[in-house]
Design a protein around this ligand. Structure first.
Ligand code: FJE
Ligand code: FE
Length: 334
């Protein structure tokens, strides 16, 4: 029965209307990101401000920097999504004994974050950090293990009434991320709901974020709310998206913007001999004016000037920035 349900949930697929290859660029200090949303040809895809597929190798990273007015969603990519590597099992065992942070050196695909309120931890392979910066966060995001750490960071805008809320974190470790499988389709539900699995993450700006892996020959139909903007970003293999003569295929590092108006979901398939992995992300557009200066995202230039002023004077949410420097920044001499 679930198979039948899954094969008739989408009456008309959205189509791919734009396709970009995200090329590597330098960001932070010595870090490399493949930015798709947020680069100059695609400054804003309401409510999404940026999507970076990032790689960091110590001592490179994203040392002490502020945020205001939006959310950052950091999702670390597993090195080997099929097998169960030690890098995935060891942290879970250590976590049972409260020792996870003592053994960061063993963690593959992990980032150490520290903020000016003393909130600190590692985001390891497959883990999720959903950070609502609200009125202000100052933090550092640095590799927490040897080798190259890879992940995705998505910036989601907040509506004018939520821009100045208290900062908040929602952190989910890999083992607690909701997963479901059906007929060669596997999903990890970062936000929203798919194949009967549901994420506990609360999205201030209504958002869905699904990490799909399609085995060779598999087909997927995923509903998407009609008024939402939605995109696909391919992580691995080659996926096919859309229906009929407008269907397209795409390889890793490609961003696909989906049509809006008509279409109640997405059809995707894998006709290759290897698994295809991609994320499908959708969000309710805010439809508000945008004013952005780097990590400050507001509705007007006056509010941007205010944010810069607040940050420089350490007021209105930036009080704790006055005497704070991250431990990783201090030890690396930043
Ligand atoms: C930032 C430049 C930056 N993408 N992906 C300017 F690089 C950043 C920044 C990040 C970032 C951090 C991680 Cl862990 C992953 C990222 C950009 O920190 F915030 C500004 N303002
Ligand atoms: Fe940041």
């Amino acid at each position: 029965m679930p198979d039948r349900e899954n094969s008739c949930v989408v009456r008309e697929s959205r189509q791919v209307v734009r396709k970009f290859l995200a090329r590597p660029q330098h960001e932070g200090v010595g870090a490399i990101v493949r930015r798709s949303i947020g680069r100059f040809e695609l400054k804003y895809f309401d409510p999404f401000l940026a999507l970076d597929e990032f790689s960091v190798t110590a001592p490179a990273g994203f040392p002490d920097h502020p945020h205001r007015g939006f959310e950052t969603v950091t999702y670390m990519l597993q090195q080997d999504p099929k097998g169960t590597s030690w890098a995935m099992v060891v942290p879970n065992i250590l976590d049972l004994f409260g020792l996870k942070n003592c053994f960061e050196i063993f963690l593959q695909g992990s980032v150490l974050h520290e903020d000016f309120e003393g909130h600190k931890g590692t985001i390891a392979a497959g883990d999720l950090q959903w950070m609502t910066a609200g009125r202000g966060i100052v933090h550092s995001e640095m590799p927490a293990a040897q080798g190259t750490q890879k992940g995705l960071q998505l910036w989601i805008n907040l509506s004018s009434k939520h821009k100045m809320i208290e900062p908040r974190y929602q952190e989910i470790s890999s083992k607690d991320i909701a997963e479901a499988s059906n007929d060669g389709v596997k999903v990890r539900v970062i936000a929203g709901e798919a194949l009967g699995a549901k994420s506990p993450v609360y999205t201030r700006t209504p958002t869905m974020y699904l990490d799909f892996t399609l085995e060779p020959g598999a087909r997927l139909q995923q509903p998407i709310p009609a008024s939402w903007n939605a995109f696909v970003y391919v992580l691995d293999g080659e996926g096919g998206f859309g229906s009929g003569s407008k269907a397209v295929t795409a390889l890793a590092h490609h961003l696909l913007l989906l049509s809006s108006g008509g279409g109640d979901g997405l059809e995707a398939w894998n006709k290759t001999a290897k698994p295809a992995r991609f994320i499908l992300v959708g969000g309710q557009p805010l439809g508000e004016p945008l004013a952005q200066l780097g990590p400050f995202v507001m509705n007007s230039e006056e509010e941007i000037d205010q944010a810069i002023d607040d940050f420089e004077k350490c007021v209105n949410g930036f009080e704790k920035a006055r005497h704070w420097r991250s431990e990783s920044g201090i030890s690396l001499g930043f």
